[in-house]
Design a protein around this ligand. Structure first.
Ligand SMILES: [Zn+2]
Length: 165
């Protein structure tokens, strides 16, 4: 074997070894990413959602546009909650229980002006602020083992805000 040939073989082996190490590293990072996403999307997690609608007026403060004048919307509010465990009947939480809690929060605003009722007599009744208010109230009211995931609020059929923490 000439010196040139053995050098060539040496470099080829070195290149192959580098490639192998690189492939192992890539594979490991893919595995870590997969495990991370798998943990986040736990297959044993149930998500339940319910939706209610109210008709209510609002008027935006510190806002230059048509919404600065009093006007109304049919607000659609969807709450998503999640749970890991089911009871003996195979239920995480009764849909009607979530509905009752949501209505406890938004019912007082139905056919009212948001600006007249706390906390929106002080906080601007924007879709963003209303969705955060509903989220935080739901979080306090839900029973143990049921977690709030997000609140989606439609101001119109095409304008929607999602709030989550
Ligand atoms: Zn509006």
């Amino acid at each position: 074997m000439t010196k040139k040939t053995s050098l060539l073989i040496g470099y080829t082996l070195l290149a192959f070894e580098c490639y192998r190490k690189f492939a192992v590293l890539c594979c490991r990072s893919k595995l870590v990413k997969f495990r991370h996403s798998h943990a986040r999307n736990n297959p044993d997690m149930f998500t339940l959602s319910i939706q209610k609608e109210i008709a209510a007026a609002h008027r935006l403060r510190n806002y230059d546009g048509p919404c600065a004048r009093i006007h109304g919307h049919n607000w659609k509010i969807r709450v998503e909650v999640c749970a890991e465990k089911l009871d003996h009947a195979g239920i995480a939480i009764d849909f009607s229980d979530i509905e009752t809690l949501l209505w406890q929060i938004i019912g007082p605003f139905d056919h009212q002006n948001f600006n007249d009722i706390a906390p929106f007599d002080k906080i601007n009744p924007t879709a963003e602020n209303i969705s955060r208010f509903v989220y935080q109230k739901m979080k306090q009211l839900l029973p143990d083992g049921i977690l709030i995931k997000n609140v989606q609020l439609w101001e119109t059929d095409t304008y929607r805000v999602t709030y989550e923490e």
